[in-house]
Design a protein around this ligand. Structure first.
Ligand SMILES: Cc1cc2nc3c(=O)[nH]c(=O)nc-3n(C[C@H](O)[C@H](O)[C@H](O)COP(=O)(O)O)c2cc1C
Length: 344
């Protein structure tokens, strides 16, 4: 796919997820089939303090091109400054977050709360686009403020007029948080009204669902977040299905073990032992979901303070399952949803 002048291997995007889509996870998803991975957001004011966390988030060494960095904030001048800082530090695409309902963000009128104030949206977008004239700027939004105010089409038009080059839409309103199911009608409406690429997001958790959402919305690509947690190979499964119409066999436990082992090595190298072990716990938990005895294993693993113990416990767990030649069963809660929407 040609995306803003970059050649991507496909139209599958990893959704930005604070605390999840760090460099090791983005690299892994790209290796396993994602076309582009948006990094965790870097708040515009935190850049000024240069904390270790912010510096790590801005570390893109060795990352597969293009590097897309998300910024969040509500002040046009600070957002412009953040965009410039990130572009000067290796970002090849700047993504603006107006999709996140987190209290921490919305209380200061940023993230999805901004969608309530269209004139401010326009000022922010214009300021950011002007600050990085050589770097494409993209926007991530929800469908609106609440179900009575689904103003994504209006925001998308403002975005297009402001020089935004692509837009990703999560099919829920801010008020929905993560409740209910994502809807795709608003995304389809936006797609029919703007010329810039539209990326559809929300509850895509299987190859069939990705096919359905692409067909239903006419979107140029799909963005996947939670379903890729502990399951980064979902991207290659979707890629394969979109290319061939056939489902790829799910990975064997031995392969999952190998993928997880590589992921852990990257996490330890990126964060160091103490933070690496802590961050690794949630990923290990996600990878083991659906395997017998996972809850007990997770509880024990969460008490282990160091790399050696964490690795030994992980090896023991996976080798036991590999010996039994077990296959991971993932629930695709949305497959029923696809059937319902097709029938409607
Ligand atoms: C743990 C977590 C952190 C997230 N952080 C961000 C963020 O920093 N910026 C953003 O735009 N969206 C963020 N999101 C929203 C996701 O990018 C995505 O829009 C949402 O999860 C819906 O997609 P999904 O159903 O594929 O998960 C986050 C979501 C989760 C679950």
């Amino acid at each position: 796919m040609d995306f803003l002048g970059f050649q991507l291997r496909n139209n599958l995007f990893v959704a930005p997820m604070a605390g999840v889509t760090d460099r090791p996870f983005r690299q892994l998803c790209k290796k396993l089939g994602a076309g582009l991975a948006v990094s965790e957001m870097v708040t515009s004011n935190s850049l000024l303090y240069g904390s270790a966390k912010t510096r790590r988030r801005a570390d893109h060494q060795g990352e597969v091109d293009p590097v897309s960095v998300q910024i969040a904030g509500a002040d046009p001048a600070m957002m412009a400054q953040a965009a410039k800082y990130n572009a000067d530090n290796g970002a090849q695409i700047i993504d603006i977050n107006m999709g996140c309902p987190a209290k921490k963000i919305c209380n200061v009128m940023a993230g999805s709360a901004l969608m309530q104030n269209e004139p401010l949206v326009a000022r922010i977008l214009c300021a950011v686009v002007a600050a990085v004239p050589d770097t494409p700027v993209t926007l991530k939004i929800r469908t609106g403020w609440n179900r009575d105010h689904r103003n994504a089409p209006g925001i998308a038009r403002i975005a297009e007029e402001s020089g935004i080059r692509a837009i990703a839409i999560h099919g829920r309103t801010r008020a929905d948080q993560y409740m209910g199911l994502a809807e795709y009608d608003t995304i389809a409406m936006v797609k029919s009204q703007v010329k810039i690429p539209v990326i559809a997001n929300g509850d895509i958790d299987s190859p069939q669902k990705a096919r359905f959402v692409l067909d239903y919305t006419g979107a140029d690509g799909v963005m996947i977040g939670r379903a890729a947690q502990g399951r980064p190979w979902l991207f290659r499964e979707i890629e394969h299905f979109l290319n061939t119409g056939d489902m790829m066999a799910p990975p064997q436990v031995a392969e999952i073990h190998r993928i997880l082992r590589d992921h852990l090595a990257d996490l330890y190298a990126f964060y160091g032992e103490e933070t690496g072990v802590r961050i690794a716990r949630k990923h290990i938990s996600w990878y083991t979901k659906g395997l017998a005895g996972a809850a007990h294993f997770r509880h024990a693993m969460n008490q282990m303070p160091g790399i050696d113990q964490q690795l030994a416990a992980t090896d023991e767990f996976f080798l036991g399952h590999a010996a039994a030649n077990e296959c991971l069963q993932h629930e695709h809660r949305s497959d029923e949803h696809v059937e319902e929407m097709r029938a409607a």
